[in-house]
Design a protein around this ligand. Structure first.
Ligand code: ADP
Length: 332
């Protein structure tokens, strides 16, 4: 960060110096141009006076040679002014690019830092839990119900690790060459499956789903579609206060399959709405944030939606929370 700040300061100093130097050169050019004009008109005056070609100052200023000289002088003044303007505009555009690049670099650095912090935490905590569980099994004789509880929580932790690694791999694949495998999907079956699975995973949340039984089938990548749905529903639960209330609804549109995941959670400010789809981006700061995550979920969702030539949108829910809506074409 300090390196970028120094670089930025240095670039500002160079720009300030260039501006001052250029202003000085412009003033000098104006003065020299004027001096040259005065000297030339003086020479002209003397020459014309010798040949008695004018009577009085006013007449001299109306003569054609003087008018030509004055026009040339004015042209040169405009030229200097034009050059100065072009230079200043170029400089302003340059500064704008430097600033934009700097801001992007800072944001990317912050996101990488956030990602490293969150991924370290996300990887370490299930490993520590599994280790503790195995340790307990090794050291103590447990009653069957105690063993069952520990095995279940071990399995949950392993599932968390599995999901995280899957997300990391998927995100890496999306960055290079993600080729969706399109197949015919029975939507009511798949949607009900995902909702039941989510409800089982988050028994404390209330998931209300409206899935018309006459939804036609869609051509889509099955794993991709499941990933879109689980990521959106999990986020809706994660960023809501307990008990979370989630509403899932869908529509059979002429060209697209349209669905919405709405929550009554913390909501997303307008300025963050576009940024949340960037890889590793998480709102707020990793040191103060309470929720777990890597900033990969929505990036993955966005990429998969794009691979299906679909659209994703986020809006405010009323009175609070967010609505994520997705449109996927029926046929590819
Ligand atoms: P993660 O949840 O792992 O942080 P995501 O890419 O899924 O990463 O989401 C990016 C960010 O967008 C989250 O960190 C969160 O701040 C915000 N976000 C996503 N979904 C919601 C939601 N339903 N309500 C409020 N904020 C959300």
């Amino acid at each position: 960060m300090a390196k970028y700040r120094r670089l930025r300061l240095l670039s500002y100093l160079v720009i300030a110096y260039m501006l001052m130097a250029f202003s000085w050169w412009s003033v000098l050019l104006f003065t020299k141009n004027k001096d040259a004009f005065l000297a030339k008109s003086e020479l002209l005056r003397i020459g014309m006076a010798a040949e008695e070609l004018y009577q009085g100052e006013a007449h001299f200023r109306q003569t054609t040679p003087f008018q030509n000289l004055a026009a040339k002088y004015r042209r040169q003044e405009w030229m200097i002014l034009g050059e100065a303007l072009v230079f200043i505009i170029t400089l302003i555009i340059g500064v704008w690019f430097i600033n934009r690049g700097y801001k992007k670099e800072m944001e990317a650095a912050q996101q990488r830092r956030n990602f490293l912090l969150s991924i370290t935490h996300e990887l370490k905590s299930p490993i520590a839990s599994i280790r503790l569980i195995l340790d307990t099994f090794g050291k103590r004789q447990l009653r069957p119900e105690q063993s069952e509880k520990l095995v279940n929580s071990g399995l949950q932790e392993a599932e968390r690790l599995h999901q995280l690694v899957n997300n990391l791999l998927l995100s890496a694949r999306l960055e290079t060459a993600f080729q969706p495998v399109f197949e015919f999907i029975d939507l009511p079956v798949l949607l009900n499956q995902v909702i039941t699975q989510m409800q089982g995973k988050y028994p404390g949340a209330k998931i209300v789903a409206q899935i018309p039984s006459d939804l036609p089938g869609i051509q889509a990548d099955q794993d991709g579609l499941i990933s879109i749905l689980t990521n959106l529903i999990e986020n809706a639960i994660k960023y809501s206060e307990d008990p979370a209330e989630i509403y899932f609804s869908c529509q059979n549109q002429v060209l697209d399959f349209y669905f919405e995941v709405a929550d009554k959670g913390i909501g997303i400010s307008d300025s963050e709405k576009k940024r949340i789809f960037t890889q590793f981006y998480r709102i707020g700061n990793e040191d103060t944030r309470k929720t777990k995550g890597t900033g990969l979920g929505l990036y993955i969702v966005d990429q998969i939606v794009k691979a299906h030539r679909g659209k994703i949108k986020v809006q405010d829910n009323s009175p609070k929370g967010s609505i994520f809506s997705v449109q996927l074409p029926w046929h590819q």
